[in-house]
Structure formats: structure tokens, C-alpha cells
Design a binder for this molecule. Structure first.
Ligand SMILES: Nc1nc2c(ncn2[C@@H]2O[C@H](COP(=O)(O)OP(=O)(O)O)[C@@H](O)[C@H]2O)c(=O)[nH]1
Ligand SMILES: [Mg+2]
Length: 460
């Protein structure tokens, strides 16, 4: 195989160099990230893979800390014989100061010389100061193309425009905005496309990298949508027969527990799919989620906040999360509502209905999970998927869910595939009688197309 393109990631301390590499490699564990200055002291290499094949070699470098001091030294070293950029850089690297006071800077320049190009990472919140101009002037002496990357552009009050203006004045017109904590969906593509124009020699490799990583991203999203669809089928198909009257409350609770566990498994699987929290294991995957996710799936608040409307007749039952499917004709909606209330632990209601309920609940009954809960599961899954799509691996805060947006899941007719699942108890992987078949797979595929996130809105 031909030699890989080599890319030095350079810039001021704390600009987000290591963070950028975390996000590009989709590895939240890469390097060490900190708000303290100079956490990266050595050059660290990392490969960027596409389809398992390394296509780009990137180097994390220490921050440039004293550009003004180094500029003075270089002026001194230049003397009167006007060396060109690379000559002057070599002269500096051979000087004693390159082992001493400017050791960090020397590592950066050496890596620039050994690379095909540099990514110059900028904290776009910083005011455009003279020291940055000096830094860029020094880097330019390495005679390597430099692509400025504006980081922190998702932070309000950033100064991206001033930076673009300053960079243009220095002759740097190809500039990309890429926030490593909240990158735009096509941010990576734009970054590598710009890079490909700067490194002509490796244009093909870089476009291959861009294409296969875009394909991978799409495959990941499709897999995520299918995981959500599979959960919906599992839950919709699930039915539990109540045989022991004395234990129906326990059966309700057990069923709810099963559904909660199933949702936890989805969360863990999605986190793993997107390369988050993998090493933490599924047990602690949930605490990565902030805010609303803490709401219990079966709480009325969760339904209300997600905007799931519940028909008035079934309100009490739906709020408690269980619908009752009639197998024998003995139950009325009123009784269903009452049993729902019972599940919700409203004991006054129980005593109120008590006697009548008891006699009416006799015989075969089946518990299924209410449509409202299925809607809620779809909405929560969709929102998590959206959050993961937008999350960079440099992010250190817990996953927070985007605000809910309009969605077909909230109200209206549920997809046909769910109605199918309802009449196929064997389709639920949560049931003892699990019997997957081709129809189940087809239902999951059909359903996955109903799982929508912003990125797809324009396409599907
Ligand atoms: N909000 C936000 N924080 C970031 C971003 N990039 C880096 N950080 C944070 O800024 C700090 C410095 O980042 P780091 O990658 O260590 O910078 P480096 O010294 O250039 O390698 C860390 O606390 C990061 O979590 C970003 O795009 N947005
Ligand atoms: Mg670093």
C-alpha cells in the first residue's frame, strides 16, 4: 500500500486539538483532555480508519505557548543571510533552545515538517491576538499547507467572523468550522474535502476516506433506527396472560419492569453503536443521560412532557402504562381504566372499585403494553438517536436530549407494522415464546423507516 497521508494537528494550548482527534477518531478515550494548559506534552499518532482500513495518520501535538518569544529567536537565528522558511526552521531545530525553552514548539515544527499538511485548531471564542498571527507565521515557515479549523463555534459569542477575516489577510482562505463537541452533521465531510484540495498528492485517498466514512455514518444511523424499531416490535408484540387473580398486580409490575429493562438495553446498545460509554458497560450507560431521561417510562409526566396524547377514556390506564387486551368479552373499558389505576398504586381507587373489579376480572385476561407507551418509547428512542448523531466524542457532559420536535409518533395512526406485531406474540424477544420469522424482520425494516431524525427529514 502506498504511504498514508500525514496530518499534524497543531495550535495554541487548549484550542481543542486533542478534542478534535477524539471526535474524528470516534474515540472518547484518545489522549488526555483538560482545561489546564499543556496536557499534551508529546506528539501522539493516531490512525483514521475507514472500513477498518487506515487511510490517514494524524498527529496530536503539544500546544504552542510562546510564539512571540520563538519569533524573536528565529529573527535572531536568521541573521543577515535571509534563509527561507524551512531553512530557518531547520536552523531553529538544530539550536540549543529547541531542546530547552522551546522544546514544545520544536516538537510541533518537527512534526509539521514531517507531515503533508497541518490542521490549525482555533478556539473561536478567543480574541484575535498578535500571538496567534505570530504562531501562524511560524507555522507557515514549515512550507506545509495549513487548514485552519474553527473550534468552539457552537458556543454563543464566538468570534468566527473576526478569525476568518484575519486568516484571509494572512492568505488562508480555506477555513472550516468544526466544533468538536457538537459537530455539524456534514462537518467531517467538509473538513476532509477542504484537506483534499490542499494535499493534491493524496487527493484520492482522502476522498476515499470521506466517502467510506460517510457510508459508515449512514449505516450506523440505519442500524440505530432498526434497533429502535426492534424494541417497538418487542414491546408491541408482548402479551402476558393473567391466570392468577391474586397476583395480577405483581404481574403488572413485572411487565413494566421488563419493558424498562428492554429500554435500558436499547440505550446501552445505541451508546455502544455510536462509540460512547462502551467501556462503562450497559449498567452504567443510563447515567450518561441527563435530564428528562430520568423520568420513569410509566409516569404520567413522561407522557405529558413528550406530548403524547392519551384518549380520555383510557387515561387512567394509559397513564399507568398498561392497556388491557380483551380475550374474553368480560371486560369493559371502565374496568380497564380501573385496573390501570390499580397498577398506578392508587389504592383509594382500588377500594372504590374493589368489589366490582374482582368479579369482573375473573377469567382469562391478557396484559399488553399500551399504545401510549409504545409512542413514548419511539419518541425517546428517536431523541436519543438524534442526540448521538450530533454528539462529538470530545463531549464530556452527559448526553442531553434535544427538545422534542414534531413527530408522527405523538398522535395519529400508528404504523401498520405495529398492528401486525400486536397479533404476533411470538415476535417479542421479551417473551418466552419468541419465534422470529421473516415477517418480523420485514416489520422491523418497515418500522425503522418511521424512526425519523432531523438529518433524514430532507431525504426520506
Ligand atoms: N464546549 C466545548 N469544549 C471544548 C471543545 N473543544 C475542546 N473543548 C474543551 O476545551 C478544553 C481543552 O481541550 P483540549 O482538547 O485538551 O485542547 P488541546 O490542548 O488543544 O489539546 C477541554 O476541557 C475540552 O473539553 C468544543 O468544541 N466545545
Ligand atoms: Mg491536547
Amino acid at each position: 500500500m502506498s504511504e498514508l497521508p500525514r496530518l499534524a494537528v497543531v495550535g495554541h494550548t487548549n484550542a481543542g486539538k486533542t478534542s478534535l482527534l477524539r471526535t474524528l477518531t470516534r474515540n472518547a478515550q484518545f489522549g488526555e483532555v483538560s482545561e489546564r494548559p499543556a496536557t499534551t506534552r508529546h506528539v501522539e499518532a493516531v490512525e483514521l480508519l475507514a472500513d477498518g482500513e487506515p487511510l490517514l495518520l494524524m498527529f496530536d501535538t503539544p500546544g504552542m505557548e510562546d510564539a512571540l518569544g520563538l519569533a524573536d529567536l528565529m529573527d535572531e537565528l536568521a541573521g543577515n543571510d535571509k534563509p527561507d522558511g524551512p531553512e530557518l526552521v531547520e536552523r531553529f531545530l538544530a539550536s540549543p533552545q529547541a531542546q530547552g525553552r522551546f522544546e514544545q514548539e520544536a516538537k510541533v515544527l518537527r512534526q509539521m515538517r514531517a507531515s503533508d499538511a497541518g490542521l490549525y485548531v482555533i478556539d473561536a471564542r478567543d480574541p484575535v491576538l498578535a500571538k496567534f498571527r505570530e504562531e501562524l507565521a511560524i507555522l507557515a515557515r514549515c512550507a506545509r499547507p495549513l487548514l485552519p479549523v474553527l473550534n468552539f463555534v457552537a458556543t454563543p459569542g464566538h468570534r468566527a467572523e473576526q478569525w476568518r477575516d484575519m486568516l484571509a489577510r494572512l492568505g488562508l482562505h480555506a477555513v472550516v468550522a468544526f466544533d468538536s463537541v457538537a459537530p455539524e452533521i456534514d462537518g467531517e465531510r467538509r473538513l476532509f474535502t477542504a484537506l483534499a484540495t490542499l494535499i493534491e498528492r493524496h487527493r484520492e485517498t482522502l476522498s476515499k476516506l470521506t466517502e467510506s466514512r460517510a457510508a459508515e455514518a449512514l449505516a450506523r444511523l440505519e442500524a440505530g433506527r432498526r434497533m429502535i424499531a426492534e424494541l417497538l416490535v418487542d414491546v408491541a408484540a408482548l402479551r402476558v396472560t393473567l391466570t392468577d387473580e391474586a397476583r395480577e398486580l405483581a404481574a403488572l409490575e413485572a411487565l413494566r419492569g421488563q419493558v424498562r429493562t428492554r429500554e435500558d438495553a436499547l440505550v446501552a446498545a445505541l451508546l455502544e453503536l455510536y462509540g460512547f460509554g462502551r467501556e462503562d458497560g450497559p449498567d452504567v450507560a443510563l447515567p450518561e443521560l441527563a435530564g428528562r431521561w430520568d423520568q420513569d417510562l410509566f409516569s404520567a409526566e413522561a407522557l405529558r412532557d413528550a406530548g403524547v396524547r392519551v384518549g380520555t377514556g383510557a387515561a387512567a390506564g394509559a397513564a399507568a402504562g398498561m392497556g388491557i387486551d380483551l380475550v374474553t368479552g368480560g371486560l369493559t373499558l371502565g374496568a380497564a381504566a380501573a385496573l390501570g389505576a390499580l397498577a398506578g398504586g392508587l389504592w383509594q381507587t382500588v377500594s372504590h372499585y374493589g368489589e366490582r373489579l374482582g368479579s369482573r376480572l375473573r377469567g382469562f385476561r391478557e396484559l399488553t403494553v399500551d399504545d401510549a407507551i409504545v409512542r413514548l418509547l419511539a419518541l425517546r428512542g428517536q431523541r436519543l438517536l438524534e442526540a448521538l448523531e450530533r454528539r462529538g466524542h470530545a463531549a464530556v457532559e452527559r448526553v442531553s436530549l434535544p427538545p422534542p420536535d414534531e413527530s408522527s409518533w405523538r398522535a395519529g395512526v400508528l404504523p401498520e407494522a405495529l398492528a401486525e406485531a400486536r397479533i404476533h406474540p411470538g415476535w417479542s424477544a421479551m417473551a418466552g415464546s419468541f419465534e422470529p420469522d421473516a415477517e418480523r424482520s420485514a416489520a422491523i425494516i418497515a418500522l425503522s423507516r418511521e424512526v425519523q431524525i432531523g438529518r433524514l427529514a430532507a431525504k426520506d
